[in-house]
Design a protein around this ligand. Structure first.
Ligand SMILES: NC(=O)c1ccc[n+]([C@@H]2O[C@H](COP(=O)([O-])OP(=O)(O)OC[C@H]3O[C@@H](n4cnc5c(N)ncnc54)[C@H](O)[C@@H]3O)[C@@H](O)[C@H]2O)c1
Length: 302
């Protein structure tokens, strides 16, 4: 039995009609799992299910609706008898700077990512706890959520919230032996192809050229299949002791993120008034101010 053997396991992957979700669904099926493939459109979900092979079933639905989350779990149980793994991958972008972001774009992105992850994970956790045999919840963050990113008020906040979910749910579900981890993938998909710095690569990748080695190494961007091994690893018995983590994967890179924690703490009897803060700031806090925003090395891609 290989490290990633998922024979007899049943998984749900949301937003799996293309991109990363499709790669996860196909990899989980190849590792032996039966897979429920979700997307907004049945046609693309069915295409993925066909690629995944005989042990996959497609179901359309918006993950922002509670009915979709409940129906996905019900389908896993009806079609395959149980549920072991859920990957809450469905996602959408509506980028704009804060002062130009509409209510609709804010709500759509938060609803799809944050509410969709909550609804699917809750439905899965209820079923996994009833089964009493543990399980795996794999949620999906983003570098935008880890660092903040220009133009991504809605997305950055939703993705940071999702990593927060993983830390909270890992604690809540530990007793039931359900692990909860956030993966932070980076890959060439419909989503990344819209990023201005990668514009010179769009035609080349479409023509079948591999991504330049520097992009895979320095930007951690490869193809979706490069991220699928981490999903299979976490879903398998090899991932059983791992929970509450945020793990990055993409191109040639695999990384473990830190969780936010205090970098400086000063204690003052009676608390901190403005003069006391001003007096200590320069010496103890100013040297420790934290970087923010995604910072990628500059690459010559033309
Ligand atoms: N591509 C990257 O580099 C990258 C980086 C960080 C995070 N991510 C995250 O990975 C996930 C997949 O990204 P991708 O690049 O493959 O994107 P993609 O746009 O190629 O695929 C997203 C899929 O989700 C589906 N979807 C959208 N809204 C949905 C909804 N409400 N219900 C069900 N399905 C829905 C879409 O139809 C699409 O098939 C997303 O959560 C994304 O935020 C991607």
């Amino acid at each position: 039995m290989s490290a990633g053997d998922l024979t007899g396991k049943v998984a749900i992957v949301t937003g799996a009609g293309q991109g990363l979700g499709r790669a996860y669904a196909v990899a989980l099926a190849r590792a032996g799992a039966s897979v429920v493939v979700n997307d907004l459109e049945l046609r693309v979900a069915e295409e993925t299910a066909a690629l995944a092979g005989g042990r996959a079933t497609a179901m359309a639905g918006d993950v922002g609706d509670r009915a979709t989350a409940d129906a996905l779990v019900a389908r896993a149980v009806e079609a395959f008898g149980r549920l072991d793994v859920v990957v809450t991958n469905a996602g959408v972008l509506r980028d704009a700077v804060l002062w130009k972001m509409t209510d609709e774009d804010f709500d759509l992105v938060v609803r799809t990512h944050l509410r969709g992850t909550f609804l699917c994970a809750r439905a899965a956790a209820i079923r996994m706890r009833e089964q009493g045999q543990g399980g795996r919840i794999i949620v999906v963050g983003s570098p935008a959520g880890q660092h903040g990113n220009f133009g991504q008020t809605n997305y950055g906040a939703a993705k940071a919230g999702i990593v927060g979910f993983a830390r909270t749910w890992a604690a809540e579900l530990a007793r039931a032996e359900i692990t909860v981890n956030a993966i932070v993938p980076t890959a060439w998909t419909a989503m990344t192809a819209t990023i201005p710095i990668y514009k010179p690569l769009v035609a080349r990748v479409a023509a079948g050229e591999p991504l330049p080695a520097a992009v895979r190494r320095e930007h951690a961007v490869g193809m979706p299949e490069d991220c699928a091994g981490l999903v299979v690893f976490l879903a398998s018995s090899a991932g059983s002791g791992i929970t509450g983590q945020a793990i990055g994967v993409g191109g040639d890179c695999l990384c473990l993120y830190s969780h936010p924690s205090e970098v400086v703490t000063e204690v003052r009897g009676g608390g901190w008034n403005v003069d006391a803060i001003a007096a200590t700031w320069q010496e103890h806090f100013a040297p420790q101010l934290q970087p923010y925003g995604i910072r990628l090395p500059k690459l010559e891609l033309a």
